[in-house]
Design a protein around this ligand. Sequence first.
Ligand SMILES: Nc1ncnc2c1ncn2[C@@H]1O[C@H](COP(=O)(O)OP(=O)(O)OP(=O)(O)O)[C@@H](O)[C@H]1O
Ligand SMILES: [Mg+2]
Length: 271
Amino acid sequence: MKEEQPINNAEYQQLTDDINSSLITHNSSLLTLNYKSTIIRLENIFKVYGTGETEVRALSDVDLTISEGEYCSIMGPSGSGKSTAMNIIGCLDRPSSGHYYLDNIDVAQMPDSELAHIRNKKLGFVFQQFHLLQQLSALENVMLPMVYAGIPNSERKDRATEALIKVGLEKRLQNKPNQLSGGQQQRVAIARAIVNRPVVLLADEPTGALDSRTTQEVLDIFTELNDSGITVVMVTHEPEVARQTRRIVWFRDGQVVHSHLTPADLSQVAN
Ligand SMILES: Nc1ncnc2c1ncn2[C@@H]1O[C@H](COP(=O)(O)OP(=O)(O)OP(=O)(O)O)[C@@H](O)[C@H]1O
Ligand SMILES: [Mg+2]
């Protein structure tokens, strides 16, 4: 058996350095694993449309927090405030009162020009009806948000092409929307939504106009984007769509009645 040798000072120093650095690496990886920053925080949000007899309270005291990297769906009966909440989260509309912190900045009372800038930089949108410009090709539609974001002309085409490849449309770059199927048009809309590299992708019933096969294609893209780190928040009426997300928020009468349902909980929630 080999006899144990006492270690000298230099070896001792090396050993403690090694232990310390491995502890630091270990701790920082634990920190990375545990640290999820809040990206969306709605606090005490009210939204009222109209006045007097025509007044509609679309949102009433809504609190909602979504962390970076979540894949979340918003469900609830028609008229329960889902789109109103999404429009506020997407900075397309403002609350009547309350605070909305997007990436820790209170955007509820921000001037329009600043709000547009933040929206363009941090958020991407997908809507049920695609909202593509009919006279532009797929490539030109996807290049458009970069014009507003001030991306140099030379870069726009490359980035738009890259985004369209990501959604599987490399062979359809020059097609106009009316030369594409519904699912392909929605994929162009997704490419347009991600081309400015948003932190959050928001989608209001993105599969509402699609058949079940194309619905799955779109959901597969959302899952991939979420796996790559983008926070995805989607409104849907379809339980089979919501089941593919990781968290379900349930609205009723302008309020969040369940904020953290899992797909497995879904069958227990009554409309
Ligand atoms: N611009 C508006 N003016 C007046 N009332 C509105 C407006 N937009 C929405 N509302 C009302 O606010 C409430 C919430 O509407 P919202 O569109 O958020 O519902 P939703 O949950 O998205 O419904 P759906 O599932 O049918 O899309 C409804 O009573 C609706 O009629
Ligand atoms: Mg709606």
